[in-house]
Write a protein of this length. Structure first.
Length: 316
């Protein structure tokens, strides 16, 4: 059976404020029903216990997701210092507990100093319960089987790791709030683990909320209940951003002539404009035709290449 043709009018992005207790795949399942299509994908997994920004592509909007996967992200986290768990969050079993005298000797200034050491470039060993594949199997699946998983360190970049609301809990643990802005591929639970290790202790996350993915923050996000309500009402849900708008968020735009727009839609080359990075090519009607990038060919000539054609000639 042939698949239903893609409709550009139904293509774009949805920004969901993911609730706790659901996987990112669960959210995709709801949106497939809400938008009546199988062509749905997300821009980066959030753990079931985590909440916050999940950017989801609908129809041809899924083609924008690879660009979002590379974008930086921001989080609000609650860290408990004094206990480590098997999953490095509150869902796991306690596997290490620090002595009260070590916790009593810790100071707020030590924590701030330790957090500052993570700003900039560094190497991070991802959490063993991450979705990274080891010989074709997700690391977290191996951990669940009782296997020992060792992952190689990866380069990360942290722009912000600021601590606030630092206090002792009735149990004697240290609890604190953290604001983190970091590169894609950074694990906040690993940051919490390594922060505690800097002061000779153990830690785990008790809460995590993603507040931004690239240029998409919580101001764009709608609760998942909005889309469940559309299903219940028998209506097709509304996109957060249509394809034209979504492709231009955070990017420079280049206004193409009708001839240039036709060439780009056919996969043909156009003259460079000297713009840096990936930019959006807009036709005279204000429609996004493609995302373009200027590079150099083997003869060191500046050329324009399409990294994503939003409106190929076959779909117009």
């Amino acid at each position: 059976m042939s698949r239903r043709p893609v409709r550009l009018a139904d293509s774009g992005l949805v920004v969901v404020d993911k609730p706790a207790g659901m996987t990112s795949r669960d959210v995709v399942s709801v949106l497939r029903r809400a938008f009546r299509t199988r062509r749905v994908g997300h821009s980066g997994t959030l753990d079931p216990a985590a909440t916050g920004v999940l950017v989801v592509g609908i129809e041809r909007g899924t083609k924008l997701l690879p660009f979002l996967l590379k974008e930086s992200k921001s989080y609000q986290a609650t860290i408990v210092i004094g206990q480590a768990t098997s999953t490095e969050d509150a869902e796991g079993e306690v596997c290490a507990t620090d002595a009260s005298e070590l916790l009593d000797a810790l100071s707020e200034s030590q924590l701030h100093d330790a957090a500052a050491t993570f700003i900039g470039e560094s190497q991070q060993v991802p959490s063993a319960v991450s979705a990274i594949k080891v010989q074709g199997v997700r690391a977290y699946e191996r951990v669940r089987r009782g296997e020992s998983v060792e992952l190689a360190a990866r380069p990360i970049h942290v722009d912000e790791f600021s601590l606030s609301d630092i206090h002792r809990t009735p149990e004697g643990w240290w609890q604190l709030s953290a604001m983190v802005s970091c590169s894609a591929g950074t694990y906040v639970r690993a940051l919490a683990r390594d922060l505690a290790a800097q002061v000779g202790l153990h830690a785990h996350l008790s809460a995590l909320r993603r507040t931004r993915v690239g240029d998409f923050d919580l101001s764009y996000a709608q609760p998942l209940e909005t889309y469940k309500a559309a299903i219940d009402a028998g209506e097709r849900a509304r996109l957060t951003l249509d394809l034209d708008t979504a492709a231009c968020i955070g990017r420079e735009t280049r206004h193409l002539s009708a001839e240039e727009a036709t060439k780009v839609s056919l996969g043909q080359r156009i003259a460079p404009a000297g713009l840096p990075g990936i930019y959006a090519g807009i036709d005279p009607e204000g429609r996004t035709i493609a995302l373009l990038e200027e590079t150099f060919d083997n003869a060191n000539r500046r050329i324009v290449r399409s990294v994503f054609v939003a409106r190929p000639a076959t779909l117009q």
